[in-house]
Unconditional design. Sequence first.
Length: 585
Amino acid sequence: MPGVTVLIHDQECATEKRRRRKRGTLEEPRTRVLINEAVCEGCGDCGAASNCLSVHPVSSELGRKTQIHQPSCNLDYSCLQGNCPSFVTVTTGASGGGSAGSRPNVPELRPEDLPEPELIVPADEFTFRISGIGGTGVVTVAQTLAVAALLEGRFVRGLDQTGLAQKGGPVISDLRITTAPVDQANKLTVADCDLYLACDMLAGAQQANLVVADPERTVSVTSTAQVPTGQMVVDTHVEFPDPAGLLERIASASRPGSSLAVDSPGIAEQLFGSDQTANILLVGAAYQAGALPLDAESIEAAITLNGVQVDTNLQAFRRGRQLLSDEAALAQLLTELRPKTVAPQPTPTESWIASIVRAEHGSELERIVLSRVPMLIAYQDVAYARRYALRVEQVRVAEVSRAGGRTDVAEAVAFSLYKLMAYKDEYEVARLHRDPALKAEVIERFGPDARYRFMLQPPMMKSLGLHKKIAVPDRVGDALFATLAPMKRLRGTRFDPFGRDHVRVVERELLAEFEALVDELAARVGESNHAVALELAQLPDVVRGYDDVKLDNVKTYKEQLTRLRARLTDASRDRVDLPLSKGAP
């Protein structure tokens, strides 16, 4: 249309909907999204498709994976558009379940069980900055403490800077609490802060936020949780900055010896089955450190007046206090709550194959091999796992003899070779979706009567140009996977019905090329080219995802492979070979 056009869109934001669901004023949808991390490739495509910060990258034994952060999920289901078969939709039953896992049975902590702290900040005129990210309750914490001060007859001036709160952007809340009216700006100025509460490390370490701190005045309390940014969600190459460096930046702006670092989300998750009370727990730690000149009774009264998950928030505040007053007791409780896991004992066959790699007992290389040999046997067969172990040992012998006893390259080969050997074709996806661990997770998080559906895109649909996923009910999926998984014997043979697919062909070619590269590394690795050899051995971690996402990453992999391979000079003095035809020792 000619001229100026104005579009006005008025809609309740997703963050506000989530707040209302927590308060019980808006019905919560019964369908939630879960990612089977065993199937997930950690490629970031679901984050790119949804632009959602509840799609969290997480570290695992097999590298980067992705999980849905249930408490912050806005339930718009846009992440399902990611090109990946790892997604499962769960419909909760009458037993409930939802944003948090099952709450542990934690004994109640009473206020009289906690000693009162000695105040280390001014009592009459007190300034306070909370820095965090949107959707985590930063403003709620500030309002709660403001109410607590009002209940004590104090004067309060505050300013909330919410910015891009809806997208996990930085949120800053400043408070001035005084015993008499003051004519000062609501916003804190340079070196104007008594307590600096960093609910997020990245936000807390930003100089623009940290400018209010003073090394002679400020007490800092920081959450050590590593919450990803939007760029980290979609780009697998962007890693979280060094946490030690971030904490040091905050500590250097604080009074010597008064900087406290707490894994408040981790503790809250263990105690209450959700990390949504992490900021209140952090407030409890600040109070017990003597950095909050309010009465505990007033703070608890304000929490009660807020009316949201009152009992849980009260306990979170008290457990934060306990962290400083009786750390040993809290540590003991957390130990008791930690799931008891028993490492599976390797079978004689698995032990025999793993023993081919004569790594030092207790070393990282031994751990990697011991964990992956059983997985490769389950993936294909014993011969396949033996092929893996022989090549890893070939590199280990060469590296130890020519690179000063190091095993870095062998460890990288053990990691990368498994990744390429255990590519996730239709048979492997079927096997992983049949794992009882998936059903156990659904029951634990969403209740025993929850039903789930696998969100799949069968190859036949793709060939017809249909890119929308279909929802396969759990019982139908189990029957389908029970038929498909044993067909792994056809993998790589001329009878493989999926073997001619372009992606499957590329995956087999990648494995053959990397095995040839491993032979080359074993022949040439030494002191002078060790760094390049290590980069080459680590390079397959770039290859992530499914279908077009994987093919795009393969292009990147091959470009980097060509560049690095040209830098691999021949550093070998005496070639060390372990013929692959030999049997195990």
